[in-house]
Design a protein around this ligand. Structure first.
Ligand code: 5AD
Ligand code: SF4
Length: 466
């Protein structure tokens, strides 16, 4: 059943269609659009929604920067994403001068920061549409307002308790899909801006999630990725509370669905019930993304992560006791204020003990408004880089060591896309999320088949269909 917002927004999509039709008539050609995504999988999913509405309204997608409508879905988790956005925006200005028809939109996490809005108003006055994370579902309505008024629209909400789905979506892959199970975050890790720009935790009803997945499966999807900032606290605040493990049990029963992934898991909320469900499941992939951030209990405390080094290691042991072969990947944030060489050694120690299959390592980026930004002992750039380099080298070595275990095995892989460098190869993925390059025709894309892992290349394999 559609809710009132969904009904209203679908009406705006229809209205937008007539606006675009008229523009096309006047121009004597189709209107083009470009959607660019910065940041995480949640943003990637939001961008599929933006593109879904644009295409439904009649736009044709293009990769080029001179499109009639360009929208950047922004990220603000680290400052380099912000800087990249300003760079891209500056480069758009000449295109807009050439094409008086061109409109530029900005949305996503960066737009929830008042200082960013001020900067855009002052220095990038040619932007036509700005909205944030809470009203992304109003995209069709906002586009109608922008075209009808022919003036700049800025509409940022401070928060929302609405959950609006069921709008058109243009999936990047026909055979796999992300699906939001919850929005926002309540954890307030002291370095992180996400709770400020994505708001408090809200879970979708399990019935809506199941219905959406069934629809996706009917449409050819075999693998889903359940998305949330902290999936382990899914369902706690619903009227009828349900655990994430129970949600997984229900999703497992969906016929035709082959693979279930999820991210991200906060170590503090990972239950034994979830480990048991993963261990007994035939569909949940043998992979868990479990951000460590730091191996030093002292730093973890300052980060407000609510676990210490020993608890993290014990959790990994509990997981591996039930699922020995599981792939564990992580995020590590180096150079947090006050981090010493001893703290770096603690992180290295955890890396050596856990042996992650993969790790994303980041240099701490100061985010205005977060508690860490006003902590003393912010490190200088040289020290930051030194700490980062130590850990990067360590995770690369340990991942290489750990990934070797698959050599010679025959495993099922999902064929995903033609390899960028050699079109005779298809990039496929094991349930561990490890990439395998397989010589195969493109007709294999979307299928799950057994391949023998013949050669290990450090962080990926080549394999042969058996
Ligand atoms: N600086 C650097 N990295 C950060 N992350 C979150 N906030 C920051 C920050 N201020 C990293 C964390 C998180 C990942 C998505 O981004 O490691 O897990
Ligand atoms: Fe940020 Fe921590 Fe929430 Fe993750 S759990 S989004 S790092 S505040």
């Amino acid at each position: 059943m559609l809710n009132n917002d969904e009904i209203l927004q679908l009406q705006y999509v229809e209205k937008l269609k007539t606006i675009i039709e008229e523009k096309e008539k006047a121009l004597g050609r189709k209107m083009t659009c470009q959607v660019t995504t910065f940041g995480c999988q949640m943003n990637a999913r939001d961008s599929e929604k933006l593109l879904g509405i644009l295409k439904k309204a009649g736009f044709v997608e293009t990769e080029s920067d001179d499109a009639d409508f360009v929208i950047y879905n922004t990220c603000t988790v680290r400052d380099n994403a912000n800087q990249r956005l300003y760079g891209r925006l500056g480069a758009l200005k000449p295109y807009k001068k050439k094409n008086p028809n061109m409109k530029i939109g900005l949305c996503g996490c960066m737009m929830q920061e008042p200082t960013v809005i001020e900067k855009i108003k002052n220095s990038y006055g040619f932007v036509d549409l700005i909205f944030g994370t809470h009203n992304v579902f109003c995209f069709a309505e906002l586009l109608c307002r922008m075209y009808e008024s022919d003036s700049r629209i800025i509409d940022i909400w401070e928060k929302t308790d609405k959950i609006v789905e069921a709008l058109p979506i243009d999936r990047k892959y026909s055979f796999k899909s992300g699906i939001n199970i919850m929005f926002g975050c309540n954890n307030f890790c002291t370095y992180c801006i996400v709770p400020y720009v994505r708001g408090r935790e809200r879970s979708r009803n399990p019935e809506d999630i199941i219905a959406e997945i069934k629809g996706l499966v009917d449409d050819g999807v075999v693998e889903i990725m359940l998305l949330g900032q902290n999936v382990n606290s899914y369902g706690k605040n619903l009227e009828d509370p349900i655990s994430f493990a129970e949600l997984l049990r229900r999703i497992e029963k969906i016929e035709g669905l082959e693979r279930i992934r999820f991210m991200t898991s906060h170590p503090k909320d990972l239950s034994d019930e979830l480990i048991d469900v993963m261990a007994s499941s035939k569909k949940i992939c043998d992979h868990i993304h479990l951000p460590l951030q730091s191996g030093s209990s002292r730093i973890l405390k300052k980060m407000n992560r609510c676990y210490d080094k020993e608890q993290y290691l014990a959790l990994v042991e509990r997981i591996r006791a039930k699922i020995p072969d599981i792939s564990i990947t992580t995020d590590i944030l180096m150079a947090f204020p006050g981090e010493t060489d001893e703290d770096v050694e603690e992180t290295v120690d955890v890396i050596r003990k856990v042996k992650f299959d993969n790790a994303f390592t980041f240099i701490y980026s100061k985010r205005t408004g977060t508690p860490a930004a006003s902590m003393p002992d912010q490190l200088d750039e040289g020290t930051m880089q030194r700490h980062f380099d130590v850990v990067l080298k360590e995770v690369q070595e340990s991942a290489r060591e750990r990934l070797k275990r698959f050599e010679g095995r025959t495993v099922p892989v999902l064929f995903e896309e033609v390899n960028d460098h050699d079109p005779e190869y298809i990039d496929a993925r094991m349930t561990s999320n490890t990439v395998v390059h397989v010589k195969a025709p493109s007709s294999c894309i979307g299928k799950i088949m057994n391949v023998k892992l013949t050669e290990f290349h450090g962080f990926y394999y080549t394999g042969e269909i058996v």
